[in-house]
Design a protein around this ligand. Structure first.
Ligand SMILES: Nc1ncnc2c1ncn2[C@@H]1O[C@H](COP(=O)(O)OP(=O)(O)OP(=O)(O)O)[C@@H](O)[C@H]1O
Length: 205
């Protein structure tokens, strides 16, 4: 049995004096696809932020890749957090944005052409992000996330803006990622996406 990639022990977070997470204990193995589910305000995004080291626990412990999350190049080489929409370069096309990701990673997981195809962006490859629809921009964000090499994806509502046809494709792409040994922890409100994963149900504290 391999060591867990992510653990939380007694993870407690208070925000604005209110409890958000109370004593959460979690263990995620390499290659797992985990769906964090629960109503608005249950603390899903807060958990992801803790795992990314962006939200310090009030008490308890978090380990990612065997150590506390650290805001270091070595950590961010292995971990990707997608939450809010990234800032795009206004003058660069979809293809050029993906090319930029390729340029800074020595072992990309796929070619630009494959990423465009996988994320149904081939027809929009020469468009700038501002001219894309919300769902197309979300597909670009996910393409950039899955193009680069990583060991852990922390995805906050990756289904946001995606149409009903593309959502199962996203599920298949995430399963491909975990099948190759990557680990995904995603907050989601999509029951079909969650059904493909180990579910971690959260309730407001
Ligand atoms: N900066 C903050 N200050 C105070 N309270 C906050 C802050 N950020 C979040 N909260 C509160 O923490 C709780 C959990 O928020 P969080 O965003 O983690 O929930 P969520 O499960 O991701 O919700 P959603 O499904 O709406 O995205 C909510 O009650 C929210 O109001």
């Amino acid at each position: 049995m391999c060591d867990p990639l992510v653990t939380t022990t007694g993870l407690t977070v208070e925000l604005g004096g209110n409890p958000v997470l109370t004593g959460l204990t979690l263990s995620v193995r390499p290659g797992e696809l985990v769906a964090v589910v629960g109503e608005n305000g249950a603390g899903k995004s807060t958990l992801l932020r803790c795992l990314a080291g962006l939200q310090p626990p009030t008490s308890g412990e978090v380990t990612v890749l065997g150590a506390a999350p650290a805001d270091t190049a070595a950590f961010w080489e292995q971990v990707v957090l997608t939450a809010e929409e990234p800032a795009w370069y206004p003058g660069l096309t979809v293809r050029e944005h993906l090319g930029l990701v390729l340029a800074v990673h020595s072992s990309p997981r796929m070619s630009t052409a494959a990423a465009l195809e996988s994320f149904a962006l081939t027809a929009r490859a020469d468009a700038v992000p501002a001219s894309l629809s919300t769902g197309q921009r979300q597909r670009l964000s996910l393409a950039a996330t899955l193009l680069r090499p990583s060991r852990l994806l922390l995805l906050d509502e990756p289904e946001r803006g995606l149409d009903a046809d593309f959502r199962p494709r996203l599920g298949a792409l995430l399963e491909e990622y975990t099948g190759a040994g990557g680990t995904v922890i995603m907050a989601t409100h999509d029951p079909a996406l969650a059904a493909r994963a180990r579910r971690l149900s959260m309730v407001p504290a």
